[in-house]
Structure formats: C-alpha cells, structure tokens
Design a protein around this ligand. Structure first.
Ligand code: ASP
Ligand code: MG
Length: 424
C-alpha cells in the first residue's frame, strides 16, 4: 500500500491512512506501506536548500529531502502502535533499497528485503519511507520527484506481493483530466503499455518509472482513492485486460517548449551532433522532427520539443553548436502544449490519426508537430489550444461515461457500445 503526500498531509489524514493499513492487516494481509512526504514537504525542503545555497550539493540535497518521508512513516507507525498493532518504520536504506550513486535521480539496482520479510513474519506492519535508498557507496539517495511510486512497486516485486495499491487523492486513472473534462470516466482497467504512454504524455497519477518497473516485473497496480472506498483503476498486463479499447484516454501537458534549428547542413552526422549536445546537457528531448530538403543545395530544418523546465539548458547547449554549424536561425517557442490520444486498439485500427487530426482541424486548432507510437498519437499545439483540444477529442472519440467505443474482444474489429466498465 502506498500513500501519496496529500493522503498523509495532516494528523487526521495520517490517522485515516493508518486506519486503512490496520484494516488490511486485520483482513489477513501482510502489509508493507510506503509513504510519501506530507503535503508540500518536499517542495518546502527544496526551497530551504535554495535559501542557503544557489547550487545545493546533491549528496546533501538527498540527506535533506529523504527526511520528509521518514517523518510520515514514524508518525504513521505511532498511530498504528496506538491502534494495538505492532508497526515498525524503516528508512529506504534500512528497507534494503540499493541504488546507483546518481544523487537526486538515483535508480534502484537491488532490493534486499530480508529485514522486511522478517518483520512481516513476526506479525508486524512495516512502513517504508518512499523515494529513497542507499547507494552502492553507502550514501542516502533519492529517486526523483514522484519516486515513492517506484519504491512501492519495487518492494511489491521483491516481496512477490499480489498487488501494489497506490492510494492517492483521485479515484483512479481517468479518460481525461476531470478538471478539463467534467464528464471524464474513471477507467476500470488499463494495460501497462497504455499507462506508460499516458504517464509519459502528461497523466500525473503515476511516476513513469514505477509503471516501467511494474511492467518489467509483472506487478499489477491498483490506483485508488485514499478518501473513498471502492475500486479504482487496475494497471495490468495487456493479455489480462480482456478488451482492447480503440482509444482509452486523452492526455495533455501545457509545459512544452520548442526549439527549431533552421538551415542545418544536410549531411550525415548532423542530427546526431544536435541530439548529443542536448543529451550531454541532460535535457529530456520529447519529439524530434527533421525535414528532408527538397533539392540538394537546400538545408534541413530540425525541431525538438523539451519540457519547459529544460528549455534554458537546451538553448545553452545548442547555441555554441548552431554557431559552429552556421545554422540559419535558432528559433524558440516556450508556449507550447501537447495533446495525446492513447489506446491499445489503435494498433489494429487505421483511421484514428485521420479522425483525431480532423477533429483538431474542425476546432480551428493548428497542429505544429505530430508524433506517433503504435498506441499513441501526440500533437504539439499552442498552449492556449490544449484545453479545447482535449475536450473535443474526448467527445469525438466518445470517451465519456455513457457510450464507450470498444474493439470487440472477439477481435472482429466491430466497434461495440458497452455500459460503464468500472467493475471490470
Ligand atoms: N515526496 C517526493 C515528491 O514529492 C516523492 C513522492 O512523493 O513520491 O516528489
Ligand atoms: Mg506522487
């Protein structure tokens, strides 16, 4: 069971989370609970660091940030002990989470869960501080923002858990952001592949890396509300989802920036140099588009999109290169957004892209870039067009609660209308 920051934000909520943990134990489960830092604690700690240092030392940043999750766990353990069950809280290090040495964005290398197993055998409830581990050189590390999800999935895999339950402030994974589309539907089941695409294209419910980890280890995730009972969304292997929706969800982000290099020399190796410069600056490149010049003496244009937070870094990395290659112009636009359609059924259905692009055209939205995967179509649009695009796509593909277009599970590609599938 993993509880996010809002689910443990104050004393009342910690008590409520602890109550759910105890209830699961009373129902017969062996329970390991991973907690996030309370409310905005991680942001506050980060701000504190920047009050005293303009470039906080990464090792010390991890010493600092890892405290937030420890606070939550110690407090929850106190509540559980008061409720009459034995509980023990552990740091990531004590829990046996071994990572590499890249501070503030460490990757889990191994989970040595013997101490947890022993405590479970002794009938204890184990609380593990999320988002942290111990590096191969014995320093405290953290796993990047949202990393408690990954802690929970990694522990679930190491302990061969039946399920990793992620308790959060939303009721599950929705067909679109309910703040934009009030009629968005809670999805009963999504596949790991769909969830990966959704997490990568803006759905904030689960950290991307946790979904990768769950897929690689075959750990089902149940993403559910910590404030209401009832099922949320199951994220499982594609073969167990039974039905393959044509389109499952519309996701979006409003913090994209675009950089275009015009007049690049058209010869082998140039694209590699551009992307290497960005990779060396640790910039996360999303889309890459390069055109082929029409005639031989023409030069090529190349555009990339990056998260807005990486924009300055990316421009710094490309400026020397563009002087070097005598690029015509380094054009930038910080006000971009992205809207994506995700659905496993797209793999076998032509026409989804045609329909999506037509819908955006009818809405008067200018599409600036397009990229696809077998189960996703993403369009870069102006930030101010994102909301309208999400709404129109959601209704055009009938993703709301009353009518759901589904690929027939028997595979004859006939769209079928099914009632709400929340019980799936
Ligand atoms: N507290 C950390 C964060 O805010 C980790 C987490 O909550 O998953 O990113
Ligand atoms: Mg989170």
């Amino acid at each position: 069971m993993k509880f996010g920051g809002t689910s443990v934000a104050d004393a009342e909520r910690i008590k409520r989370a602890a109550g759910r943990i105890v209830q699961a134990a009373e129902d017969g489960a062996r329970v390991v609970a991973v907690l996030s830092a309370r409310g905005k604690t991680t942001d506050d700690l980060t701000a504190m660091a920047h009050e005293v240092s303009s470039r906080p030392h990464p090792r010390e940043m991890d010493m600092l940030l890892s405290t937030g999750e420890r606070i939550s766990c110690a407090l929850a353990a106190m509540v559980i002990n008061d409720l009459g069950r034995e509980a023990i809280s552990l740091t990531g290090s004590q829990a046996g989470i071994v990572t590499d040495t890249s501070h503030t964005k460490a990757k889990i290398l191994d989970v040595r869960a013997e101490r947890i197993s022993t405590a479970l055998d002794d009938g204890k409830i184990v609380l593990v501080a999320g988002f942290q581990g111990v590096s191969t050189s014995a320093d405290v590390t953290t796993l990047g923002r949202g990393g408690s999800d990954t802690t929970a999935v990694a522990l679930a895999a190491a302990l061969h858990a039946d399920v990793c339950e992620i308790y959060t402030d939303v009721a599950g994974v929705f067909s679109a952001d309910p703040r934009i589309v009030p009629g968005a539907r809670k999805l009963g089941v999504v596949s790991f592949e769909e969830m990966l695409e959704m997490a990568a294209s803006g759905a904030g419910v689960l950290q991307l890396r946790s979904v990768e980890y769950a897929r690689n280890h075959g750990i089902p995730i149940h993403c559910r509300s910590s404030f209401e009972d009832g099922p949320g969304t199951f994220v499982v292997g594609e073969h167990t989802t039974m039905e393959r929706p044509l389109v499952t969800a519309v996701t979006h982000s409003t913090d994209e920036a675009r950089i275009t290099l015009t007049g690049l020399p058209d010869r082998p190796g140039i694209a590699g140099r551009v992307l290497t410069a960005l990779a060396e600056a640790n910039v996360n490149v999303d889309m890459i588009i390069q055109n082929e010049p029409a005639s031989e003496d023409q030069r090529a244009d190349m555009s990339v999109t990056v998260p807005r937070s990486d924009f300055a870094l990316a421009v710094d990395a490309l400026t020397p290169l563009s002087d070097d290659l005598s690029v015509g112009e380094l054009a930038t636009d910080e006000g971009m957004g992205k809207v994506s359609l995700v659905g496993a059924g797209m793999r076998s259905h032509p026409g989804v892209a045609a329909k999506a692009l037509t819908v955006l055209g009818d809405a008067g939205v200018n599409i600036e870039m397009i990229s696809t995967s077998p189960i996703k179509i993403s369009c870069v649009v102006r930030e101010e067009d994102v909301e309208r695009s999400v709404k129109d796509l959601h209704s055009a593909f009938e993703l709301g609660p009353d009518a759901i277009r589904r690929e027939d599970p028997r595979g004859d590609h006939r769209p079928v209308i099914q009632p709400d599938d929340e019980a799936a």
